[in-house]
Design a protein around this ligand. Structure first.
Ligand code: ATP
Ligand code: MG
Length: 316
């Protein structure tokens, strides 16, 4: 089978799978599995490697929720995804996914293990790098240590197709360095004045101090698309006026009680309630992310994930 034909068949199966899951068809799972298997194989171009930081400034807006569910939705579509919990010292991702890590980023920084040793596997093959909880030292890393975390990814034998970085709240060096090291910064914003002002503040720091010019916004916990786009207009109006940046509207996730129930079960909603409103929105967001153009990396002078890989053949 030619590579192009295999790709077409895999995508066809995946999209049919999404539509069937939406209608609750029983055979959807096995077809989805076939699609995943096809896509996980060697048919995908190896050069596809994108790093997405999920940020927002404000606490509790849904950054970890978006990172976990977007990551799993991409995994369910057959993508090879690693999710880095960068809320260092206040780990959330392992709790959200019911994982029990025995090691964390601190062990990597102390030279006691490699990045590969830290990888845990969640449902649908989503791989997770845990942040470590309750370790004060991790919340007070210096910039050299942040750089060491970013550079550790250069050593991965096989870079993933997507690296998602769940960042902490606030504007600390931890957040800004890790977000600036990604190809894309997704701002998670909800309909609260402080969420808009904090997202604006983060945009300002990343553009002024790191030269980040392009952002994507996901509205979370909104009632409908109109409300989500209204939030995007509010943020863009201020950033257009005062900053030299572009903020694209990437999508929206509805407020959904199913999502809260999934969190209580320590599972991703896309996994346990794949046809709920929020799960469908995450799957749509994942398919949008998959259409984003190749990231522009030329001329960047900041430290970046996969920026130091010796093998240009991977394109990362
Ligand atoms: N779309 C949604 N529908 C319903 N509840 C939601 C939604 N998104 C997030 N929540 C609720 O908001 C809570 C906070 O979400 P989350 O932990 O993802 O925020 P965060 O921005 O990562 O917070 P922090 O800054 O503390 O890391 C979740 O525990 C969940 O109860
Ligand atoms: Mg979080």
């Amino acid at each position: 089978m030619s590579e192009a034909l295999a790709m077409d068949q895999a995508w066809g199966l995946t999209h049919m799978f999404s539509a069937m899951v939406g209608r609750g068809a029983p055979e959807a799972m096995s077809m989805g599995h076939q699609a995943s298997t096809l896509l996980r194989g060697s048919v995908l171009p190896r050069h596809h490697c994108r790093t997405i930081a999920v940020a927002g400034g404000k606490g509790g807006v849904g950054k970890s929720t978006v990172a976990v569910n977007l990551g799993m939705a991409l995994s369910m579509a057959g993508r090879d995804v690693i999710l880095l919990d960068a809320d260092l010292g206040m780990a959330n991702v392992d709790v959200l996914l019911g994982l029990t890590p025995s090691r964390h980023i601190g062990h990597l920084l102390d030279g006691n293990c490699t990045l590969e040793d830290l990888l845990l596997t969640a449902a649908h093959g989503l791989r997770v790098i845990p942040a470590g909880s309750g370790a004060r030292r991790l919340a007070q890393l210096d910039n050299g240590e942040h750089a060491a975390i970013i550079r550790a990814f250069d050593e991965l034998a096989q870079p993933p197709q997507y690296l998602l970085v769940d960042t902490a709240a606030g504007l600390s060096d931890n957040v800004s360095m890790l977000a600036a090291a990604a190809d894309d910064v997704v701002l998670v914003v909800c309909d609260e004045p402080a969420s808009l002002t904090d997202a604006y503040a983060l945009t300002k720091v990343l553009s002024r101090d790191f030269g980040v010019r392009r952002f994507r916004m996901v509205a979370n916990m909104t009632q409908n698309e109109g409300e989500a786009r209204q939030l995007h207009r509010k943020l863009s109006r201020v950033s257009d006026r005062f900053l030299d940046v572009v903020i694209d509207f990437a999508g929206w996730i509805p407020h959904d009680e199913r999502l809260r129930q999934a969190i209580r079960r320590q599972s991703a909603v896309v996994d346990v309630w794949p046809s709920s409103r929020s799960a469908l929105a995450f799957k749509k967001l994942a398919s949008v992310v998959d259409t984003w153009a190749e990231p522009e990396r030329a001329g960047r002078d900041r430290i970046a994930f996969f920026g130091g890989r010796a093998t240009p053949a991977t394109g990362c």
